[in-house]
Design a protein around this ligand. Sequence first.
Ligand SMILES: Nc1nc2c(ncn2[C@@H]2O[C@H](COP(=O)(O)OP(=O)(O)OP(=O)(O)O)[C@@H](O)[C@H]2O)c(=O)[nH]1
Ligand SMILES: [Mg+2]
Length: 220
Amino acid sequence: MELRVLEGVFDANRKIAEENRELFRKHGILAVNLMASPGAGKTSLIDRTLALLRGRVRMGVIEGDIASSVDAERVKAHGVPVVQINTGGACHLDAAMIRQALDHLPLDELELLIVENVGNLVCPAEFDLGESLKVTILSVAEGHDKPLKYPLIFTQTDALVLNKMDLLGMGDFDLGALRNTVLKMNPDVTIFELSCRTGQGLEEWAGWLERMVRGREGHS
Ligand SMILES: Nc1nc2c(ncn2[C@@H]2O[C@H](COP(=O)(O)OP(=O)(O)OP(=O)(O)O)[C@@H](O)[C@H]2O)c(=O)[nH]1
Ligand SMILES: [Mg+2]
């Protein structure tokens, strides 16, 4: 019985996610579902990306949090359209929340929409938002064993951002082991090594994202 209820929830989510995907396609928007545990650097990466791609890509942001608008305020400082979703306790965003947020964004003006999901390595992986790309951040401070413990998110992700590379060597994070584990689970994943603090690796990341946006031109 419980299983049927859960299946119903996933089916309903999938249907709305497809509607979102169609809306993104119609407007020629690349939508990125940015996922990571709390404090891995999601808002920091958005912050850096907005600064780097300013004048190159027309961007908007959806901020998902259980409570507060702290992250949305950080993003607003860049002068881009931003919508805050407070889930009121839910540990992930779902497609219906995104659908509602889209009513408050100027979709015709956007080329790239970054969605910061709720800080969590488990639940966000279960809910399709209708995104074009999944990007997961793992910070060096969290440990190289995380893909073994939370496999779904690392298996599904299109890109993995290893953030806080400035902290490499301060703990026991093993870059080689991390790469081996992730590439075994997800051979097609694109891996970026960067630091939102020092700026290391950020141009490469931003360049890739811009190419992803441009690659969609003519397909929408
Ligand atoms: N040393 C170091 N610290 C970083 C780096 N990137 C982010 N931080 C710090 O990590 C902390 C958390 O960063 P956020 O960007 O707020 O993380 P988040 O994933 O958005 O966190 P939640 O929204 O709470 O889930 C902040 O104090 C950042 O300054 C980095 O590359 N190196
Ligand atoms: Mg954040």
